[in-house]
Ligand binder design. Structure first.
Ligand code: FAD
Ligand code: UDP
Length: 389
């Protein structure tokens, strides 16, 4: 009989196990979702010598910022995206992957054929009331806000107290009720608070230091992030979970967190949008990237004319009518509804997520947050720091 040291057998077993893992586990990271969050995480991991596989269930990369070329125009297929930020670090980071143009968002409001400048500024007040000086405009607003006594209790009262009843009736009420599918006196006041009100002739919609559109489209920008990284499209993680999990050491999941857990605690709600896109045989349809239809009768909330994001000179134009719609399971989840009920449900899912030690949940759907692009970039970079530094 040979006397075999049990530690030797253990070593052999560990070696065999490791070898099996090496054969199957080709990747350090499986990144689920090729949107902004997934693409940044993948880029940074790849840069640090990690082996990364990115998958997406859609036929294209870039998630909701995907742009598709039609008639030489970059069409924002999942909704108009204007990059804006006050975060210098984020701006420096993103401009490595694309040069940005000088686009500034200044939507126009169309109320039954009357046009007004947005956000609310001296051009708007002049058109609405004929006032010429900031003092006159301020006096008009002051006079109209008198009808609201005490703290505004809902969006209607908040809007009247910010800009008066005339602007509320023509530029806010119809648009907001179409967008949210509920009367303004049943909506929370914070929704309207983020819109600037200015007593200057400044119609820049965002209060941001840096703003623009990546020249050549967002898809090209994400392509640059994913350079040298294996990407598999038309691949649904949740449908092939076991097989895909066996390929990588860690998973970065940017899909809906409730879907990951098979909705076992209930369904998180979203607000959805539907787009009707048309190519028109004319060079200029509305002369601006965004025109909001602020009356209640027009069924769409706004029309986007894509070429104006990049000052296009093409002979044709592409427009998208945007309709706000209720979301149901199976629809594209666009905006998380960050109210109390959904917040509480998300908190429960978050706890489940924290127990999944192999998985990082990130991005707009993974964290159920109404993130703008700059916030997603900041969140992805913070996670990269946490994981690698
Ligand atoms: P996403 O872009 O949603 O990427 C998630 C990806 O995961 C998707 O590609 C999806 O297909 C994939 N995925 C999900 N589940 C699975 C699965 N099971 N298997 C495989 N893949 C899966 N921000 C701004 O800063 N400015 C704007 O003007 C602006 N406009 C917006 C307009 C609209 C209509 C919307 C909806 C958002 C807008 N945003 C805007 C926000 C912006 O889109 C987000 O901040 C950003 O795109 C989020 O990136 P993400 O990677 O987290 O998510
Ligand atoms: N809003 C409005 N009229 C407009 C544009 C915006 O009443 O022409 C209101 C509306 O209630 C909207 C809110 O202002 O929900 C915030 O507008 P923003 O464009 O920031 O909304 P988003 O489309 O990003 O949700």
């Amino acid at each position: 009989m040979y006397d075999i040291d049990p530690r030797f057998i253990l070593d052999i077993m560990v070696l065999l196990k490791r070898r099996k893992k090496d054969i199957n586990m080709k990747y350090d990271y499986l990144v689920v979702g090729s949107g902004l969050y997934g693409a940044i995480f993948a880029h940074e991991a790849n840069k640090r010598g990690k082996k990364v596989l990115v998958i997406d269930k859609r036929p294209n990369i870039a998630g909701n910022i995907y742009t598709e070329e039609v008639e030489g125009i970059n069409v924002h297929k999942y909704g108009a995206h204007i990059f804006h930020t006050n975060n210098k670090e984020v701006w420096q980071y993103i401009t490595q992957f694309a040069e940005f143009n000088r686009f500034t968002n200044s939507p126009v409001a169309n109320y039954k054929g009357e046009l007004f400048s947005l956000p609310f500024n001296m051009y708007t007040f002049n058109k609405m009331w004929g006032v010429v000086t900031p003092e006159e405009a301020a006096a008009k607003i002051e006079e109209q806000r008198q009808e609201i006594k005490g703290e505004p209790k809902n969006l209607e009262e908040q809007a009247i107290s910010l800009v008066g009843r005339d602007i509320y009736e023509k530029l806010i009420k119809g648009y907001t009720e179409k967008q949210w599918g509920r009367p303004c006196n049943e909506l929370p006041s914070f929704i309207i608070k983020r819109l600037p009100v200015r007593l200057t002739f400044d119609n820049n919609y965002f209060n941001a230091l840096y703003q623009g559109i990546p020249m050549g489209g967002y898809t090209k920008m994400v392509e640059n992030m994913l350079e040298g990284i294996e990407v598999r499209l038309n691949t649904d993680y949740l449908e092939n979970k076991e097989e895909l999990d066996s390929l990588a050491d860690k998973v970065v999941y940017t899909g809906p967190i409730d879907a990951y857990f098979n909705y076992k605690l209930g369904t998180l709600e979203y607000r959805s949008v539907r787009f009707e896109t048309e190519v028109l045989d004319k060079p200029n349809f509305q002369g601006n990237a965004a025109v909001n239809y602020t009356d209640a009768e027009t069924p769409w909330t706004r029309i986007i004319e894509h070429k104006w994001f990049e000052f296009g000179t093409q002979p044709k134009t592409v427009i998208s009518r945007e309709y706000s719609s209720e979301w149901k399971l199976g629809d594209e989840p666009y905006y998380p509804v960050n109210d109390e009920k959904n917040g509480a449900l998300y908190a429960e899912y978050k706890k489940l997520g924290e127990a999944e030690t192999k998985v990082i949940f990130g991005g707009r759907l993974g964290e159920y947050k109404y993130y703008d692009m700059d916030a997603v970039i900041a969140a992805a970079l913070a996670k990269v720091k946490e994981v690698f530094e």
